[in-house]
Design a protein around this ligand. Sequence first.
Ligand code: DX5
Ligand code: ZN
Length: 219
Amino acid sequence: MQISPSILSADFANLQSELDAISNADWAHVDVMDNHFVPNLTLGLPIVESLLKVSPIPLDCHLMIEDPDRWAPAYAEAGAQSVTFHVEAARDPRTLARTLRAAGARASMAIKPGTPWAPYEELLPELDMVLVMTVEPGFGGQSFMADQMPKVAQVREAVRRHGGEVWIQVDGGVSAKTIEQCAEAGADVFVAGSAVYGAESAAAAVDELRSLAAAHAHS
Ligand code: DX5
Ligand code: ZN
């Protein structure tokens, strides 16, 4: 059970200390938005390169961008330990996942709430993680979409059949109130932005979320 706090809810003027505040987490989730794939703009490769130099934990880069086939490999080449592209934006997800792995990153594919899982199941051997979005991508602080839990369970079932070590991540509205149902459905990597950085102690929130998830682990 791994926790990946989203720095989208952190203080962008103090990202180094905001990363230090979650050094007990497994990953730092970095939301890259290009104002085209989603209606919001955050940060890109130069800032990710700077974060990689100071982060006490590995970076989990979630690319909400058009044309990831062209832009995503540079994040892996820069040293990002996990790179997630959206399948809705990818021209050739299989080649892209292989390129990310060849550059030394974990290759991860995200699907939006309206995107079905079944057409992409055959990509599992190319992937290290599947991200099932539990909000429409673009903004922090939105309400959790419980109707995505059957999709998480579907992915878990596919991973079981496939037999590999593929992680399942949920992102959006994950909090102490919603993390249990995610774990029960089969998720094992949990992104939380407002629930961590909005808490009095970010580190304590990370520990609390991890133990809630562990207590409800999918069997
Ligand atoms: C939304 C981003 C999320 C966001 C989650 O598009 O992908 O990572 O930061 O924020 P919360 O946990 O506040 O919903
Ligand atoms: Zn995200």
